[in-house]
Write a protein that binds this ligand. Structure first.
Ligand code: GDP
Length: 295
């Protein structure tokens, strides 16, 4: 499970604080040095850690906290609040079109979990009463179309495919199909590559131009740590994303990417993938995640 190491270290810091009773400014500062190390070891971006520790320290060394009856509790509360704010305060929802169909373009590097999550999202939206359509625009790996059909079948969601033709044409045709056949949501599974390259970005930009997505959801693999954040920044600069879906948070990842993405890109995490099955999928709740981290 993600965040195990971070949780343990933070809890040790807090245990020490609690055992002290009254706290001095230097107790808080020492604790913050340990929090800083724990966050860096969890692979949170350097600048994010720096700003985080600064905000917590500024709030925690105030008279109000130090002179309170339960100073350690107050410090923990501040850390909790700042963790929540790092991840976005509110629960970010999918951007829905004012006039259906809503177009969701899924993008990400190969292996990030894009195809799996296109189906997970379709299944969730179907459960909420929508009629999603999946479009197979990852045409470079022949197996990808088939994979989308398999997972789409499991989600009981129709998959629109045209084989290995121009993905921009497929996306456009899928949009007409969605309109003609009463699908209120179109989820486009785009191609991934092993590395970020211009051809991939150009293709995404062209699909974007033709379909005007309401949501451009980037799937990043939590296991790749800092790289996930760099990938998010690169996709946002080139294509302009509207949200992040973080996959594989069930794995033994240190979790730092989940804490860094919003600060670095300005784009919120909207969903998290917690396993290979279609139901291993949740909306991202910053408060719940912070509670999970603080144990
Ligand atoms: P794509 O190349 O981006 O379309 O990635 P896939 O959807 O094919 O996923 C790549 C691999 O990661 C597959 O073996 C998936 O079963 C696995 N996978 C995807 N999402 C998750 C997740 O949230 N947790 C775990 N443990 N595995 C995942």
């Amino acid at each position: 499970m993600a965040f195990e190491g971070l949780s343990e270290k933070l809890n040790n810091v807090f245990k020490k604080l609690k055992s002290r009773g009254k706290l001095t400014e230097s107790d808080v500062k020492e604790a913050m040095r340990e929090v800083r190390l724990a966050l860096l070891e969890a692979d949170v971006s350097y600048k994010v850690v720096k700003d985080f520790v600064k905000s917590v320290t500024e709030r925690a060394v105030g008279e109000e906290v130090l002179a309170s009856l339960t100073p350690a509790q107050q410090v923990i509360k501040i850390v909790n609040e700042e963790l929540v704010s790092l991840m976005g305060n509110s629960n970010a929802r999918i951007n829905m079109a004012s006039k259906p169909p809503t177009v969701i373009m899924m993008c990400g590097l190969q292996g990030s979990g894009k195809t799996t999550h296109a189906a997970k999202l379709a299944k969730l939206l179907k459960k909420e009463g929508h009629r999603p359509l999946l479009a197979a625009c990852d045409i470079y790996r022949p197996a990808a179309i088939n994979q989308l059909q398999v997972v789409g079948g499991k989600a009981d969601v129709k998959v629109f495919e045209m084989g290995q033709t121009d993905p921009v044409v497929i996306a456009k045709k899928a949009l007409s199909y969605a309109k003609d056949y009463g699908h209120d949501i179109l989820i486009i599974d785009t191609a991934g590559r092993l590395h970020i390259d211009e051809a991939l970005m150009d293709e995404l930009v062209n699909i974007k131009k033709e379909t005007q997505p309401d949501e451009i959801m980037l799937v990043v693999d939590a296991m790749t740590g800092q790289d996930a954040v760099n990938v998010a920044k690169a996709f946002d600069d080139a294509v302009g994303i509207t949200g992040v879906l973080m996959s594989k948070l069930d794995s033994d990842t240190r979790g730092g990417a989940a804490l860094s993405v919003l600060s670095v890109t300005g784009k919120p995490i909207k969903f998290v993938g917690m396993g290979e099955k279609l139901d291993d999928f949740e909306q991202f709740h910053p408060e719940r995640m912070a509670s999970r981290i603080l144990g």
